[in-house]
Design a protein around this ligand. Structure first.
Ligand code: NAP
Length: 641
């Protein structure tokens, strides 16, 4: 008798991702025959995972899988000995549907984390434990990266506290509550590698679900007691003599308080300081006007004439949600976004799928692996520039141009009756120039509604009652919603951060933020940034992966301090500079670095300050552990006489 109701098994098998289940069955049974050629997938790019395996073979697979799983559950869940590294490699290639290239095996094994967790610190020697107890680290931010940092510092035994300007955890998932807000990387990779959720209701869940996930993590790791909410960092000053940061906090009652920390880790995100456009008369508008990240739920949009400025990632999500309830909607577009066709973007995870996630050992891991592989480095060639490309500026290489044509066709097919609209919504810049959104048709459906108008003339002025465009027209509205993005390139803004010699980091950067591996910068000892300069990704992967790599590296830096007895560390200038030259060369070869693209990824001088230009595997390898010779390690300063 099984100790589990196997009633849902048939339905579960119908909704299974078969290659991932085949790999799980190799773990369970020890039989590599689950990887037989007849069941080897051949994927269609950007699909949900259609494997191309004929239906009769799929049915055969399901029948055998049912038998094996029934035996497993009824036989006391005895697992076969775990696969050898060679077999694991075969399982990876099988699930990926392609041979895993050299150099990816250890990276993907780490991400698979078959043994549970893989990036957790092990500060096990008595010396390290003692050193950990002497450290005090301040973490700024209790969003996705800050919570992760708290978990890792707890595991290392390092004393820390987290401050957050908000009154709850969750960061961006707490702040953005606009209608339709949802994640745009599959949840099965947009989650911590060590905290799988077997109950995602949708492939790309909505903001409340994400917020609950992060709240749950904060509870499980008992982090709330370490977090000071409604507390923001105003200023940090490096005390050269004592080798520590003196940090001025603004406490919930508005008072200033100075705390000290050996190291500071910033986990403040890149996208949370709303940017309103510099448009003449903006403050004159008499009606409600708000930014998408500060959604006014008290304003009922029903029957109102609404203007939306911006057509980026946020507007792409909330415009379809509000279009049906407003009297009229005028969307002001400066540059159209690209959208990858993802028909299942709003769909529920099918019945039975989560049953497999919960009950079949390793299925969750391999499904994550598949997701990870499909949307990460595999996409990079599509957005890499060919320096010899002499085609139109709508592409940066032959393959990029073909990719563009495919997506443009998918757009056009959604509005066959509206060539005027199609012309406006197909970007003239290359795919990958800006973040591509996920398109399941709701955007163009909304723009085709009779009460919706897409205006491409620039907004030149805002009046008390509406907006004026460059063609001289006035658009009278009741409400203005700004979907105009964030001050992303002002890293760490508005904190004042004075490092060696009292120099503020923003003055040092002078509009051109740089860091070594996105995390450390000369002159700012023991300051570690997560999601810092040049760590944003445009097409490949989930930013949680980046944070996990960064946090492992930063905790490695703290370990280096502990092991060497140094009081501070900062990157050698030549290492930092050489790294940035490589990054710049890399970004020039990517679609987002192309000269015809303007975006918030570039600073005023046209340098890409936001994005990582290489593969994920390169970031993973570079951040496994700090290389001591990359750093200036300074012994404890003499106490001031
Ligand atoms: P965004 O992508 O930067 O979009 C801002 C929009 O406002 C752009 O269309 C921009 O046009 C337009 N704009 C700015 N100033 C303007 C002006 N003066 N007149 C007319 N239009 C103007 O901002 P966002 O949509 O808030 O998204 C920011 C980032 O947050 C995204 O790239 C993504 O990384 C993240 N995000 C993720 C999700 C998700 O995962 N689900 C959802 C939302 C946001 P130009 O393109 O011409 O500058």
């Amino acid at each position: 008798m099984a100790d589990l109701d196997l009633g849902p098994l048939d339905q579960a098998l119908l909704s299974a991702h078969q290659p991932a289940l085949a790999a799980a069955l190799v773990h369970i049974t020890g039989d590599p025959n689950w990887l037989r050629d007849e069941w080897k997938p051949a994927y269609v790019p950007l699909s949900r995972g259609d494997t191309g395996v004929p239906e009769e073979e799929q049915a055969k697979f399901r029948a055998e899988a049912k038998e094996a799983l029934t035996r497993f559950f009824e036989g006391g869940r005895v697992m076969a000995p775990q696969p050898s590294p060679e077999l694991l490699r075969k399982m990876m290639s099988f699930v990926a549907g392609a041979d895993i290239p050299d150099g990816y095996g250890d990276f993907l094994s780490d991400e698979l984390a078959l043994g549970g967790t893989s990036k957790d610190p092990h500060w096990e020697t008595p010396d390290l434990k003692a050193a950990a107890r002497k450290m005090h680290v301040l973490v700024i931010g209790a969003g996705m990266s800050g919570l992760l940092t708290g978990i890792r510092l707890s595991q290392a035994g390092v004393d820390f506290e987290i401050v957050d300007k908000n009154d709850d955890v969750g960061g961006t998932w707490y702040e953005n509550t606009y209608p339709g807000c949802r994640v745009d990387s599959s949840n099965h990779i947009y989650s911590y590698s060590f905290e799988p959720n077997h109950h995602w209701p949708q492939h790309f869940s909505t903001q409340p679900v994400l917020l609950e996930y992060f709240r749950g993590v904060a509870e499980r790791y008992d982090l709330r007691k370490k977090i000071r909410f409604s507390t923001s960092v105003e200023e940090m000053v490096w005390d050269e003599n004592r080798a520590l940061w003196k940090v001025t906090l603004k406490t919930p009652d508005g008072a200033a308080q100075v705390v000290e920390a050996n190291s500071v880790i910033t986990a403040v995100g890149q996208l949370n300081r709303p940017r309103l456009p510099e448009i003449k008369g903006r403050d004159r508008f008499k009606g409600p006007a708000f930014h998408s990240a500060q959604w006014r739920h008290d304003i009922d949009l029903t029957g109102k004439r609404v203007a939306v400025i911006g057509t980026g990632a946020s507007a792409f999500q909330f415009v379809p949600e509000i279009a049906g309830k407003v009297a009229s909607l005028t969307v002001f577009q400066r540059t159209p976004p690209w959208g990858f066709p993802v028909p299942h973007y709003h769909e529920d995870v099918p019945d039975g799928f989560n049953w497999l996630m919960e009950h079949v050992p390793f299925f969750d891991k391999w499904y994550r692996f598949w997701n990870f592989w499909m949307v990460t480095d595999g996409l990079l060639p599509m957005v890499t520039a060919d320096p010899g490309w002499n085609g139109p500026p709508t592409g940066v290489s032959q393959v990029n141009q073909e990719f563009r044509d495919m997506i443009a066709m998918a757009f056009a097919a959604q509005a066959p009756e509206r060539p005027d609209l199609v012309e406006k919504v197909i970007p003239t810049y290359p795919v990958g120039g800006k973040r591509s959104l996920l398109d399941n048709g709701v955007w163009l459906a909304a723009l085709q509604r009779p009460n919706v108008q897409l205006v491409t003339d620039a907004v030149t002025e805002i009046t008390e009652t509406g907006l004026v465009t460059a063609d001289g027209k006035t658009h009278e509205v009741d409400v203005i919603i700004y979907g105009t993005g964030f001050y992303a390139s002002r890293f760490l803004y508005p904190m004042k951060i004075r490092g060696r010699g009292g120099k503020d980091i923003h003055d040092a950067w002078a509009g051109d933020p740089r860091a070594y591996l996105g995390m450390t910068t000369p002159g700012y000892p023991n300051l570690f940034m997560i999601y810092g300069p040049n760590t944003n990704i445009v097409v490949n992967g989930s930013i949680i992966f980046f944070s996990e790599c960064s946090v492992r590296y930063i905790v490695g830096c703290l370990q280096l301090l502990a092991e060497t007895g140094a009081a501070s560390m900062e990157p050698k200038k030549e290492i930092h500079d050489a790294f940035n030259i490589k990054v710049d060369e890399g970004n020039k070869l990517m679609a987002w670095g192309a000269p015809q693209v303007t975006s918030w990824y570039k600073n005023e001088a046209g340098r890409v300050t936001q994005n990582w230009p290489f593969a994920l595997v390169d970031y993973w390898r570079a951040t496994l552990a700090p290389n001591p010779s990359d750093f200036v390690l300074t012994k404890e300063a003499e106490p001031v006489a």
